[in-house]
Write a protein that binds this ligand. Sequence first.
Ligand SMILES: NC(=O)c1ccc[n+]([C@@H]2O[C@H](COP(=O)([O-])OP(=O)(O)OC[C@H]3O[C@@H](n4cnc5c(N)ncnc54)[C@H](O)[C@@H]3O)[C@@H](O)[C@H]2O)c1
Length: 390
Amino acid sequence: MTRLGIVGYGGRIHGMVTGPFRQVDPDLRVVAVVDPDESRVRERLADCDDDVVFYKSIGAMMRGTDLDAVAVGTRCNLHADIAAELAAYDRPLFLEKPVATTLKDTIALEHAFENSRCQVVVSFPLRVSPLCALARQYIESDAVGEPLHVHAVNYVPYGTVYWEEMYRDYAVTGGLFLQKATHDFDYLMYLMGHSITRIAARATRGRIFGGDRPAGLRCSTCDETETCPESPTNRRRNGSGGSISDHSCLFSVDSGEGSQLNEDCSSALLEFADGSHGVYSQVFYARRDAGARGATVSGYDGTVGFDWYTNELTRVRHHHPFSAVERAGEGMSHFGGDMALSENFLGVVNGTDTSHTPIETGIQSVYACLAARESAEVASFVDVRQVGAV
Ligand SMILES: NC(=O)c1ccc[n+]([C@@H]2O[C@H](COP(=O)([O-])OP(=O)(O)OC[C@H]3O[C@@H](n4cnc5c(N)ncnc54)[C@H](O)[C@@H]3O)[C@@H](O)[C@H]2O)c1
C-alpha cells in the first residue's frame, strides 16, 4: 500500500487521487491530510480513505505518521511556502502549479531545494502529455534541424472561470501568465531545449470581462439575464460553454479592478538561451470550436506542429516531398498528461523513475511568467531570472 499525505485536499488533487493516481496504483491510500476545511474534505474523500488522520500542520503530519509521499493541492499563493517546508523531508512530492506567485517566494523556494533530497513532480501535464512528448522526440531526432522559431497559441474555450470562479482572486493567482502560461512556457522550453531568457509581453484587460456591475451580483439577482450572453439561459441556448447554473457576474467589480484584473488576452515574445525566439498568445474569451492549444516549431529542415484540441501532430519535411499527420488517442484528462504525470510520480515513489518535471522546471517557468507580467506592465523587454543565478 502506498501511503499518501495531502496538504490542501481540494478539487484538483481529489480528481488526481481518485482518477489517475489510483488507476496507476489501486493500493494508494490517503492516510493523512492537512486542510483547514475538514468537513468539506471528508465529503470528498473516497470510502477507501475513511481512516485518514487530519493534522493541524505539516510538521505534525510528518512527525505523526510514516508517509511514502506527499501531494500539495492548495491554491496558488500557498504552494511555495508549503513546498519549501516539505523540502526538509525526503519524501517524494507532487506539487501543483504555479509553484510560486511572487519573486521573493520563488527565490526562497529555489534556496529551500538547493540541498534537498526531496524529489518533486511538478503538476505540468502538458509537458508530459503524449503529443508533446512525441513532438519533442521528433525535434530531438532532427525533424526540423536546429529549432529556430516557435509559434504557440492557447485559445481557452472555458476562460470564463477566470472571472466567475475563485480564479478571479488576483491576490491568490497573480494573473493569467502565472495561472495559465506557466504550463505553456514550461512545455515551450522543453520543446525548444532551452530556457526562456528575455520576454516582451502585452496584456489587454477590462475590455470584455470585469466591469462596474455591483459587488455580489449573481445571475439569480440580475435583471439582464435575457440579454447577457453569460446567463445560464443564454449559455445553454447558445451552447457557448461555461457553468449553466447560477454563477457570479463576470462584469462585476468582484472580478477585480485595474491591474488586479485578469487579462482578456495576453501575448509574449520569447527569446531563448540559444538566440532562437518565439511568440505565445493566450485568449480567454474564445468559445466553442475556437478552442486551440499547441505549438509549431520550425527550423531550416522542417516544421513540427501539434494541437491538443484536434489531437493531431503534423510533420513537414522542407526539402523532401513528404508530410505526415498523426492522431493521438481521445478522451484523456489534460490530453493524457495527467496519466503520464501520475505514472511518473508513482514511479518516483517506488524508486523506479526520476521526475520528468522536477522543481527546477516549476521555478524556471514562474521566473518566465513573472518577467512576462512585469514586461506587460512596463512595456519593454524584461530579462528572465535563471535557476541557479546568484
Ligand atoms: N495542474 C493543473 O493542470 C491544474 C488544474 C487545475 C487546478 N490546478 C491548481 O490546483 C490548485 C488547487 O485548485 P483547486 O481547484 O483544487 O482549489 P480548491 O479550492 O478546490 O482546493 C484548495 C484546498 O486547499 C485547502 N487549504 C486552504 N488553505 C490551506 C492551508 N493553509 N493549508 C492546507 N490546505 C489549505 C482548502 O480548504 C481546499 O480544500 C490551484 O493552485 C490550481 O492552479 C492545477
